[in-house]
Ligand binder design. Structure first.
Ligand SMILES: C[S@@+](CC[C@H](N)C(=O)[O-])C[C@H]1O[C@@H](n2cnc3c(N)ncnc32)[C@H](O)[C@@H]1O
Length: 305
């Protein structure tokens, strides 16, 4: 409950908005933006999102801007530290090159490789070249001890563009593939889905309705891609934790679907000649400082091709 002083100010602002809407002739674009903003405010209130982000876009609000920036950086760093623990179970020096799958805009896995002083080659694959270039720029700021290169390509269609690698790493990629794969089917781009929370919620509800069928398709595509991209004795580590966005959506079944998909990928890879090492992660990640634990991970080693 807001304090009485704040509540009075909030009601005054809401009255102002209502008065403006009844006298100012709004264009469809203005209406759409205003409505979306108000929907977001309503959602943030309900999900307690303001305890984490200010959502304050005011240029002069240096305190909030820096607080938001620091919160983001701290989150990415703790994610890197948790991945560092995961990678304690991999002999990195025996891997000349590592393939990072669909890394997005921020180098979480690369941060872990930087903490571990990895000195080989890191190659990233993503359909979004802008995200990859931003990662590249970020790594340059920190003089990463490894070389970084990237290929703008579709992971589900990448086998002919890459030599099989000996270590494949993927942070939170199962949702990316669901969104990409079924977004295409339903006619939405990931940019559209991530910029409209209501649309994203409707999208996931639609996927969940037919989750068995959906899961089967995603498992087959990923298993095929992982198989094509791995050399003999190669290792694959995938991590899929309940994300902040998933928690904000408030649909627990979405995170459950991803976790079930992760386990099904592991079973399919084991049937294909991989050996599971996931249980070895349990003790290393059993610590409240870790962002995820062993149940959110998959670690397999390829024994035969
Ligand atoms: C929301 S970002 C998340 C990135 C990252 N997995 C993470 O957890 O931080 C999703 C990224 O996956 C990429 N992506 C989605 N489907 C892909 C595909 N089939 N092939 C390559 N990249 C893909 C998108 O381009 C986007 O940059």
């Amino acid at each position: 409950m807001a304090s009485s002083g704040t509540a009075a100010k909030i009601y005054e602002k809401l009255e102002n908005i209502r008065d403006c809407c009844s006298v100012i002739p709004l264009s469809p674009l203005e209406e759409d933006r205003l409505l979306r903003e108000l929907i977001n405010v309503d959602r943030r209130l309900r999900t307690r999102d303001y305890t984490i982000h200010s959502h304050n876009t005011g240029t002069f609000n240096l305190v909030e801007r820096n607080r938001d920036f620091f919160t983001e950086l701290q989150f990415h760093s703790s994610m890197g530290r948790t991945w560092e623990k995961v990678l304690d179970g991999v002999q990195l020096s025996s891997h000349r090159a590592i393939l990072d799958l669909c890394p997005g805009y921020f180098p979480k896995i690369e941060l872990a490789l930087l903490y571990k002083n990895y000195r080989g080659e890191v190659r990233a694959i993503n359909k979004d070249g802008e995200a990859l270039e931003q990662m590249n720029q970020f790594l340059k700021m920190f003089n990463a001890p490894f070389t970084f290169s990237y290929t703008v390509s579709d992971l589900l269609d990448a086998s002919d563009k890459f030599e099989p690698a000996s270590l494949l790493l993927g942070n939170h990629i199962i949702d990316d593939i669901y969104i990409d794969f079924f977004g295409r089917e339903l006619g939405f781009s990931s940019t559209e889905l991530y910029s409209d929370q209501d649309l994203l919620e409707r999208f996931w509800r639609c996927i969940l309705k037919e989750s068995t069928l959906r899961r089967g398709a995603v498992v087959s595509y990923l298993v095929e891609a992982l198989g094509a991209l791995t050399a003999e004795r190669a290792e694959v580590v995938l991590v899929q934790y309940p994300s902040y966005i998933e928690r904000q959506l408030g649909i627990q079944e979405v995170s459950d679907l991803h976790l079930r998909t992760l386990r099904e990928i592991e079973i399919a890879l084991v049937q294909d000649g991989f050996v599971s090492k996931t249980s070895a992660l349990e003790s290393r990640l059993d610590n409240p400082a870790m962002r995820f634990n062993a149940e959110h991970c998959l670690h397999v080693v390829r024994h035969k091709r």
